[in-house]
Design a protein around this ligand. Structure first.
Ligand SMILES: Nc1ncnc2c1ncn2[C@@H]1O[C@H](COP(=O)(O)OP(=O)(O)O)[C@@H](O)[C@H]1O
Ligand SMILES: N[C@@H](CCOP(=O)(O)O)C(=O)O
Length: 320
């Protein structure tokens, strides 16, 4: 489930009165997602998503994240735009939470993307980097290198068994993994930072062809190293459920990316190190979420081990 803060139809209808979106027709909870509360909102003017932002999405980050989404949508990038209320505001408040309404992106994410879809996903990530380049607002990465030691330190006391083993290896790697962030040759800009298959919805376009209809969930979005975003995406799209590399998927995704935005020599050289950093970043947050899992929260914590295994691939790539 991903309804942490319930909303009744009456509350949604009341909230909708602030928006020029017509009247409520249906309010349906969305089961997917792990961070925030999401409802599909159908009104007399169309379909939308109503999001209530929960604990880990810091309300102070929303002007950056929703502003970036709006900036990209205005450029024609495929992402559902946040809707402004009658006062022009895109961030509201509902049931004690910061809230927003975004356009509904039709389609579904690909559980087993073909190489063609991998290529297209790579292209769209590169387009995101180009279209976002002149977005003037900045946000430090909330789960960047500075946050890793704090996450590791929090897990340090309670981690046991396999978690303990992963954590000990990670702690030894942390100083070296942060090195690319002091390289001034790596271009920086707005990044998605969570460009996983479940955040990329494919739909049938106006020509009857399947294409990316909506990139969603910019709530880890921040200003960071562009090639790190590619490394995160390759780590998310290019490995199987056990964390083993899928060579043709990795090639297709990167080829798609570079068909739009070729990597600089410095980026190409840094990519394996950034991939290792991405593997550790997601291992750490998954470890943290599993160790501190609240049993009252029905979302099943994600397994950190397959992400930890990606380290072997990236470490081997560093020595090639
Ligand atoms: N704008 C949207 N259009 C269509 N579906 C959406 C939209 N935003 C979210 N969803 C649906 O809600 C689910 C959870 O959204 P997501 O932003 O990934 O949540 P969380 O941040 O809690 O993980 C997505 O997997 C998708 O099915
Ligand atoms: N992609 C992250 C978790 C964040 O989940 P999302 O539903 O907000 O994309 C992971 O896989 O660890």
């Amino acid at each position: 489930m991903a309804v942490f803060t319930p909303v009744t139809p009456d509350q949604a209808a009341d909230y909708l009165m602030r928006y020029p979106l017509g009247d409520l027709v249906a309010l349906t909870p969305i089961a997917e997602g792990v961070e925030n509360t999401n409802y599909r909102l159908e009104t007399t003017s169309g379909a939308y998503v109503l999001t209530l932002f929960e604990g880990r999405t810091d309300a102070a980050s929303l002007p950056f994240c929703l502003g970036l989404t709006r900036h990209l949508a205005a450029r024609g990038f495929p992402t559902p735009s946040p809707v402004a209320d009658r006062q022009g505001e895109i961030i509201g408040r509902l049931n004690g939470r910061a809230a927003a309404i975004l356009n509904w992106a039709p389609g579904a994410w690909k559980r087993q993307p073909s190489d063609k879809e991998q290529y297209r996903a790579g292209q769209v990530l590169a387009l995101l980097h180009l279209d976002a380049a002149d977005y003037a607002v900045e946000r430090q990465n909330p789960v960047g290198p500075e946050a890793w030691s704090a996450l590791a330190a929090r897990c340090d006391g309670p981690a046991k068994g396999v978690d303990r083993k992963m954590l000990d290896q990670i702690k030894a790697l942390l100083p070296r993994l942060a090195e690319p962030w002091s390289d001034p040759a790596l271009p920086r800009g707005p990044i998605h930072a969570d460009y996983f298959p479940d955040n990329v919805l494919f739909a049938t376009n106006e020509h009857g062809k399947s294409d990316i209809g909506g990139v969603i969930d910019f709530y880890f979005g921040c200003t960071d190293v562009l090639a790190y975003d590619l490394a995160i995406a390759l780590s998310a799209w290019g490995f199987d459920a056990e964390g083993r590399p899928m060579q043709s998927a990795l090639r297709a995704f990167q080829k798609g990316y570079e068909s739009v935005r070729p990597l600089t020599p410095a980026e190409a050289e840094a990519l394996p190190g950034l991939g290792a950093a991405a593997a550790v970043r997601f291992t750490l947050t998954r470890l943290h979420d599993r160790i501190f899992h609240d049993p009252a929260n029905l979302v099943t914590p994600k397994d950190p081990a397959p992400f930890f295994r990606r380290l072997d691939y990236w470490k081997a790539a560093e020595t090639v």
